[in-house]
Design a protein around this ligand. Structure first.
Ligand SMILES: [Zn+2]
Length: 281
């Protein structure tokens, strides 16, 4: 596979320039991450003995095959989301990162590989402690933030970007002023987590405090992080957050005028309405 040999050296070079927060591990094979459990067929009363063992083995193969298909599907969705962050201008190059959780497995973008070069073979996965269980490329250096979100919330997807308006706002205020009712879609006024070095445990701790009761926050002099029940929801929250930051910067940059802000009561009302928003069948 010529394409593969092209990207491997590239991944290593970039990883070497930006040291990952853990050594590059090479593993082969798959592990059962609990998804197979959910897919387990009920026992249908077949006879015991050697045939049983054969059938069990066959069922295990089927379950592992199903689990691999689930992982492959989620990986394809994750790569598409990562590419969207670049296409929509929320990140430049390989900055930012995306992850998704299934069972106790967290699929995550690898460090320093352009998203348009990621193939199905580049699937990268860690367990909730950060131990690499899938793939050979080093996971994103922002892994501590992603794992902290999964360990403390019911998130199934996390999107981190360096979106320009959001990052600009993170340098100006400790909280994004509620200029729009979509503030309620993120759980309330969006806080700014105090600055700490990228990839550090301290940044993950600051982020968790800023995320309390919210599905997104800003990272001072750094960017955004949002989570959701799906990759689409996490992505959409990032896009809404970036848009609101742009809105506030635009409104607050008119000389001599100050934007009006929503009250807590107005935000609560908007939050209630947003719960029922969408197609009703
Ligand atoms: Zn970052």
């Amino acid at each position: 596979m010529a394409f593969r040999t092209e990207i491997r050296p590239f991944g290593r070079i970039v990883s070497a320039r930006e040291p990952p927060d853990r050594p590059l591990r090479r593993r082969s094979g798959w592990q059962d991450h609990g998804m197979a459990e959910a897919l387990r067929n009920t026992d249908d009363g077949h006879q015991g003995g050697r045939q049983d063992a054969r059938q069990d083995g066959g069922q295990r193969d089927v379950r592992q095959g199903d689990a691999r298909q689930d992982q492959a599907r989620l990986w394809a969705e994750l790569v598409a989301t990562a590419r969207r962050t670049v296409a929509d201008g929320l990140v430049v190059g390989t900055s930012g990162n995306v992850s998704a959780r299934v069972g106790d497995l967290v699929l995550v973008t690898p460090s320093g590989v352009p998203y348009d070069r990621l193939t199905p073979d580049d699937i990268t996965g860690v367990d909730l402690t950060g131990r690499q269980v899938l793939g050979t490329l080093a996971p994103t250096s922002e892994l501590p933030m992603h794992l902290a979100v999964y360990r403390t919330t019911d998130a199934r997807a996390v999107v981190h970007t360096h979106a320009v308006h959001a990052t600009a706002v993170s340098t100006l205020v400790p909280e994004l002023p509620p200029v729009h009712y979509m503030t309620a879609a993120l759980g309330g006024p969006v806080r700014v987590a105090p600055y700490a070095a990228y990839g550090s445990g301290e940044l993950a701790e600051n982020m968790l405090r800023a995320l309390a009761g919210r599905s997104g926050c800003l990272l001072q002099n750094h960017g955004t992080i949002t989570y959701g029940a799906t990759l689409d929801q996490a992505y959409d929250r990032t896009a809404q957050l970036e848009w609101m930051c742009r809105l506030w910067l635009t409104a607050s940059s008119v000389p001599g005028l100050t934007p009006s802000l929503l009250t807590e009561a107005q935000l609560t009302e908007a939050g209630e309405r947003l719960k029922g928003y969408g197609q009703r069948r």
